[in-house]
Design a protein around this ligand. Structure first.
Ligand SMILES: [Zn+2]
Length: 304
């Protein structure tokens, strides 16, 4: 009896361990903090709804702030709510310029330094940086110069593993309600959730192929109307699919975030960069990894 009980317990533990091990993990990382967009909900309402969704699911996100949006005390107050509620605050430059041929290494570094000046008093500010549009430089020399500056200045990389086009869905949503205020917003929700699930699966499968295992993902979304409306549904969707939704700080502890792919064009999802570096997945890698052009026809066909 005791032996069969032990065997039963062993079986249960093994089953439990296996089922736990198979759950993919994802965290929410939100970019830009554009509190100056005029749309259906004012900035304070958007902020409240997004923070409420995170609180409901008991998770801490990472917010990558574009500092040009911090124009007055009111803006800084909205940001402080993120900090006091325990969310990670990261740097996303002052002006959100793409690091390409039009911007020098010195200008790029100044963008990071000046944004840090505006963020450093936030309680939960950490020296973690995410490149605007995930563009890490148009040449190997510029890419490596900023990398070495970041290392010397104790900056960590705010890599994205699951990239997507929520910003484009948001743009179409705002255009649609401007023309047709009665439009059924649930149609946007359905498209949005489906799109995000599709991209999450793609990058998760790619990580298994490239690294041989899943990573603690960082999902890229933006501070916008779309997420003010549907972030709660988005988080719930991952849970319904059996994924574990975790804190951004915990995700960034995964050793994968220390990797700096030696591939050009630089940037994109970290998983994309590692796949590119390996040279083995050319047929599975489109460039850019994500873009509005990939979603336009689908949304047109749905009348969104
Ligand atoms: Zn951005």
């Amino acid at each position: 009896m005791v032996r069969s009980m032990n065997r039963f317990l062993l079986f249960s533990f093994t089953f439990f361990a296996l089922s736990q091990a198979s759950a993919a993990e994802v965290s929410i990382t939100m970019d830009d903090f554009n509190v100056h967009q005029e749309t259906l909900l004012p900035a304070n309402k958007r902020n409240d709804r997004i923070l409420k969704a995170l609180k409901k699911h008991k998770i801490k996100a990472g917010l990558f702030v574009t500092c040009k949006y911090l124009q007055d005390e009111g803006d800084r107050k909205l940001l402080a709510e993120w900090s006091t509620q325990g969310h990670l605050i990261g740097n996303h430059t002052v002006n959100h310029r793409r690091f390409d041929s039009r911007i020098s290494t010195e200008e790029q570094i100044a963008e990071i330094q000046q944004c840090e000046e505006q963020l450093k008093d936030q309680k939960n500010f950490k020296k973690i940086f995410r490149f605007p549009m995930l563009a890490e430089g148009d040449t190997v020399e510029k890419r490596d110069a900023v990398r070495s500056w970041m290392q010397k200045n104790s900056y960590r990389w705010g890599h994205v593993t699951i990239d997507a086009s929520d910003w484009y869905v948001d743009q179409r949503l705002r255009d649609k309600i401007a023309k047709d205020p009665q439009f059924d917003l649930n149609k946007f929700k359905d498209f949005y959730l489906k799109h995000m699930w599709e991209r999450a699966q793609y990058y998760n499968e790619l990580s298994k192929k490239v690294l041989g295992h899943e990573v603690k993902h960082t999902l890229l979304v933006h501070f916008n109307l779309l997420n003010a409306l549907f972030l709660d549904d988005l988080i719930q969707m991952f849970k319904d699919h059996g994924w574990k939704v975790i804190d951004a700080q915990k995700a960034f502890k995964d050793p994968v975030y220390k990797k700096l792919p030696n591939s050009m064009p630089s940037g994109q999802s970290l998983i994309w960069g590692l796949a590119k570096e390996s040279g083995k997945f050319e047929s599975e890698l489109r460039y850019p990894g994500e873009n509005d052009t990939y979603e336009k026809e689908k949304m047109d066909a749905l009348g969104l």
